[in-house]
Design a protein around this ligand. Structure first.
Ligand code: DX5
Ligand code: ZN
Length: 216
């Protein structure tokens, strides 16, 4: 997988016009579609589940990146892959048996990612980094779009990069939360490979243009 990828988050799309918004992303320079699943337990918000995932898969032409913000994700990872997920990321904080869950995702033929909340240190990944395809660093507390970027994420990107290199891992680094046209270039420079952007894309006047700007 190449880097400098943009993954617009459908959480900020207009759900009444989901097909229209996905078709806009199909035409755009977006690389991935980021799909945020929230259960009201792991995070204090509920987004959507399988019926909406089905609708997304029906229209999406891009790589589908599913971010599970749910407790006991191991119960559902296979179904998300059946519904079209190309990559499934689970939270470190939500998995008692993270190694098993990561391998269940990979055995089912999808890429597997691990997500860290802002307060979880990168060093917790030491014994799983060799098994994952992606590390997703939360740069806001998960649960809502449109929040303010947490600045210590730059340091966490550098630490994750070191961990990846020292383990000969090929994992990509994805950053999620508060990404916009002001901080995107610096995040790529710091070592991020994939940037998620919800509000910055969908609240802008010209979402397709904003996606282009995020890559500059
Ligand atoms: C937050 C979600 C994000 C969210 C990002 O819990 O994981 O993917 O949609 O939204 P923005 O880019 O608006 O911060
Ligand atoms: Zn997300």
């Amino acid at each position: 997988m190449k880097n400098k990828l943009i993954a617009p988050s459908l959480l900020s799309a207009d759900f009444g016009n989901l097909q229209r918004d996905i078709e806009m992303l199909n035409r755009s320079q977006a690389d991935w579609l980021h799909v945020d699943v929230m259960d009201g337990r792991f995070v204090p918000n509920i987004s959507f589940g399988f019926p909406v995932m089905k609708a997304i898969q029906k229209h999406a032409e891009k790589f589908i990146d599913v971010h599970l913000m749910i407790v006991e994700p191991e119960k559902y990872v296979e179904e998300f892959i059946d519904e079209g997920a190309d990559l499934v990321s689970v939270h470190y904080e939500a998995c008692t048996h993270l190694h098993r869950t990561i391998h269940r995702i990979r055995d089912k033929g999808a890429k597997a990612g691990v997500v860290l909340n802002p307060a979880t240190p990168v060093l917790m990944l030491e014994d799983i980094i060799a098994d994952v395809d992606l590390v997703l660093l939360m740069s806001v507390n998960p649960g809502f779009g449109g929040q303010k970027f947490i600045e210590n994420t730059y340091r966490k990107i550098a630490e994750t990069k070191d961990l990846i290199l020292s383990n000969n891992s090929t994992a990509l680094i994805e950053v999620d939360g508060g990404v916009n046209t002001q901080n995107a270039a610096r995040l790529f420079e710091a070592g991020a490979d994939v940037l998620v952007a919800g509000n910055a894309v969908f609240a802008s006047e010209n979402p397709e243009k904003t996606i282009e700007l995020l890559k500059l």
